[in-house]
Design a protein around this ligand. Structure first.
Ligand code: 13P
Ligand code: SF4
Length: 379
């Protein structure tokens, strides 16, 4: 079994609390029917849920899986979901790009977004005929709240000659004002493609200044950005990387491109959550660190039992709003339904469609590491 070493300081609770039925919906007992429906699932979570805890969690898992079948619902689970959600009730799992593509194609009447609000909006934009539910309205994102559609309208007035690319971690209002979206799996591809289309050497990439700075080091295109940041990834520093190397000689350090550029500079590999997972499976390093949200290590560790994970991770307080309990109530009470004004939806869809129309990458694009940060203009 993969070994997880907690290496603080960012992660006060290495495995986020999972008080399944303690505060959860009543009337869900661990009986012989639940046992029969869930016994085969326990091995998928036995590294995370003890045998003592399982009878408190299994009834919720069984109830959610029954509700999905009754209502023709699917759960799209982001890589940052806790393993109980990711492995036991998630139907489609992946990074933002994979979930956006699946939302457009999945054959279901209801999508439950086990992720944050902007992801649920993306699903609704791409699948307006489906009911899209988000289990908690508290599941926001510091990047999505850092910019508004009105901000982008002003940016376009100030720089009319340059295309505006938005990271998908934004509201539908913001996407509606932008020319194309990107994710961390394809940001460099999108920036280079739109620069070519517009015959320009300059692209505006909002709202994540760190993603923008990291893209700028990978391309000759000049990037202008916005002062947004992910509150989880901006906490990592190059000093953390050095401390990890000192404490764990030989460890491979993998970073998400929402980390500051000096972190990527000294890391061994960088890419989206999907790229980090691929790297571990393909290279099978003996010891690895994922500089990203905590649950990633839990989820990738389950697939890679021979790899030792050192975990200096940081929790995303927004992703952690999603629990088995609120997924269950979301399906019983059909809340919270995501609604988007139709004119906004159509304009946001154009920006997402422009991204999805680009050649599909066989694997997420990695960011080259070891590159010095470039100074870029911040609006
Ligand atoms: P990915 O696109 O890499 O899944 O990232 C989404 C996100 O919110 C990272 O913080
Ligand atoms: Fe937003 Fe950062 Fe949380 Fe991702 S990890 S949802 S970018 S706050």
């Amino acid at each position: 079994m993969a070994r997880l070493i907690d290496a603080g300081p960012g992660c006060p609770t290495p495995t986020p609390s999972r008080s399944a039925s303690r505060d959860g919906p009543g009337g869900l007992d661990y009986n012989s029917q639940v046992k029969a429906e869930t016994d085969h699932l326990y091995p998928l979570a036995s590294d995370f849920i003890t045998p003592m805890e399982w009878p408190a969690i299994a009834p919720l898992v069984a109830a959610i899986n029954r509700l999905k079948a009754e209502k023709n619902a699917v759960i799209l689970a982001h890589n940052y979901m806790t393993p109980d959600i990711f492995r036991l009730v998630g139907d489609i799992r992946g990074d933002s790009l994979q979930l956006a593509r699946e939302a457009a194609e999945v054959d279901a009447d209801i999508i439950v977004q086990a992720g944050v609000h902007f992801m649920a909006e993306t699903s609704k934009v791409l699948a307006p005929e489906k009911t899209v539910l988000i289990p908690s309205l508290e599941a926001g994102c510091s990047l999505a709240s850092s910019i508004t559609g009105a901000d982008v309208a002003l940016i376009k007035q100030r720089y009319p000659a340059y295309p505006v690319v938005t990271y998908v971690n934004t509201t539908a209002d913001v996407k509606a004002e932008c020319h194309i979206t990107c994710t961390s799996s394809n940001a460099v591809q999108v920036v280079e493609a739109i620069a070519k289309d517009w015959n320009t050497d300059t692209v505006i990439l909002v709202p994540d200044q760190y993603l923008a700075r990291n893209v700028a080091s990978q391309t000759d295109i000049r990037i202008i950005t916005w002062p947004g940041a992910c509150e989880v990834h901006e906490l990592f520093s190059a000093d953390d990387v050095q401390a990890l190397r000192d404490a764990h000689p030989g460890v491979m350090i993998l970073a998400h491109p929402e980390c500051p550029p000096d972190v990527l500079e000294v890391s061994d590999f960088a890419g989206s959550t999907a790229a980090l997972a691929h790297y571990v499976s393909d290279h099978n390093p003996s010891k690895v660190v994922l500089l990203t949200e905590c649950s990633m290590s839990d989820n990738v560790a389950a697939e890679n039992p021979d790899v030792e994970f050192v975990r200096p991770c940081n929790l995303c307080p927004h992703m952690k709003q999603i629990t088995l309990e609120n997924i269950y109530t979301c399906l019983t009470d059909m809340r919270h339904e995501v609604e988007i004004d139709e004119a906004v939806r159509q304009r946001a869809k154009s920006a997402i469609d422009a991204m999805l129309a680009l050649p599909k990458l066989s694997t997420p694009l990695a960011f080259r590491t070891g590159l010095a940060a470039k100074e870029i203009e911040v609006i």
